[in-house]
Write a protein that binds this ligand. Structure first.
Ligand SMILES: [Zn+2]
Length: 110
């Protein structure tokens, strides 16, 4: 992982394999945040990078149409659900099974 600090990044942090871009130096030492981004790196590698971004975007748009709320649409992205659920466990990536994000896919019909 290559860590970059840029105040131009629109979020606290952004994972674009193999880079993690954080908004400021303080965030560069935030272990939970970095773990969150490393989980995204693992997801990206498993999906051969580009398909990850396509699925991420489609999942967001689908959620936005469903919930009509940015924060909820973002939080419900399957990759974010795994990352937010597991980022406090700093050993998670050592024990994580491949494609573990599928556990967070929930098909709802209503
Ligand atoms: Zn995330």
């Amino acid at each position: 992982m290559f860590l970059v600090v840029s105040r131009f990044v629109p979020y606290s942090a952004l994972a674009i394999y193999p880079f993690v871009i954080v908004k400021n130096k303080a965030l560069a030492t935030h272990s939970e945040l970095l773990n969150h981004e490393k989980i995204h790196h693992r997801q990206q590698v498993e999906l051969l990078i580009l398909p990850f971004y396509l699925i991420y975007l489609l999942n967001y748009v689908f959620n936005l149409l469903r919930y009509k709320n940015h924060e909820q649409a973002y939080r419900q992205i399957v990759f974010e659900q795994e990352a937010f659920a597991m980022d406090k466990d700093l050993h998670y990536l050592n024990k994580r099974k491949r494609f573990a994000f599928v556990k967070w896919i929930h098909i709802k019909t209503n």
